[in-house]
Design a protein around this ligand. Sequence first.
Ligand SMILES: Cc1cc2nc3c(=O)[nH]c(=O)nc-3n(C[C@H](O)[C@H](O)[C@H](O)COP(=O)(O)O)c2cc1C
Length: 325
Amino acid sequence: MDNGPPPLFLAPMAGVTDLAYRLLARECGADVTVTEFTAASGLTRRNAHSWLKVESDPRESPFIPQIFGGDIDEMVATVMLLQDRADVIDINFGCPAPKVCRNDAGAALLRDPDRVVAMVQACLEVAEVPITVKVRLGTGGGPNTALEVAKRLEAGIKRICVHGRTLRQRYSGTADWQQIREIVEAVDIPVIANGDVVDAATATACLEATGAAGLMIGRGAIGRPTIFHEIKRDLGWSSTPPPWDDDDAAVARLWCWNRYMELSEELYAPRFNKNLKRHAVSFTKGLPGASAMRVKLHQEGDQRALGMMVTHYLEELVRPNPIAA
Ligand SMILES: Cc1cc2nc3c(=O)[nH]c(=O)nc-3n(C[C@H](O)[C@H](O)[C@H](O)COP(=O)(O)O)c2cc1C
């Protein structure tokens, strides 16, 4: 990837980036995918729900589970448990969720760079696979620490991803790409810029502002996995035609929905795909008549029927009913 276009990462997103969605994003042009964050405490206690979050498939290569925790021994144990299946393990120091930060994990740890460094060093000591980290700029309650953390960890970790906001900001304001640039200039490892990339124009602006080695896209890819293809197409990074008719956004959306359903069926049946309803809402957000359809959608308990309801709705947008039109 060194000499080609910068890689595009699908951001880890709890409740969004399940395995089916990660495989779909890859088919839509994402170069790297990461699981949603998974608690080291759950994995070490063999919690079945936590282990489901770190399921993968040979089509997802490299496979990068993301873990978080406040207890160094638990994090080390988790690295040892995961490394026979993972290609890389990512450690989260970016989560702003109160239930995570209360346990001195996620972004809250950034208030104590010594502890972040000690945790990562301990993981590196046992790791047989590369370790990467994902950080915010800092907590927002004192000086930002991401730069210090990046400098102190660069000798051991493979890559760092920086979301250009503080913990206190959560998702408000705009991502500070300038502070990402300072980190890019200070370290020799690849820095992946994250925050507010939503199309080809913002991808270009972010790369120019930060000089980053790659981009990570989160909210812009919710309900819109085609964003990866669109950026690559619009910036001339790829001429590979997508598996859908590229002239019509509605056709692309329908293709992606059907493919997500197909992958969900293949990967989860007869289990329940807990994210299906959420994706159904995201895929139809802002479209004509979507709110009426969503009322029915929330009443539907059967997954296959729910999926078909969205398929029929999206088909109507592709081929409007001539009588109703
Ligand atoms: C619904 C949702 C869930 C998220 N879950 C995670 C997570 O599990 N791990 C993580 O590192 N970041 C998580 N994030 C943060 C994103 O990975 C990303 O850093 C953030 O959304 C900023 O990027 P964006 O502006 O492209 O959305 C989550 C964000 C959202 C919106």
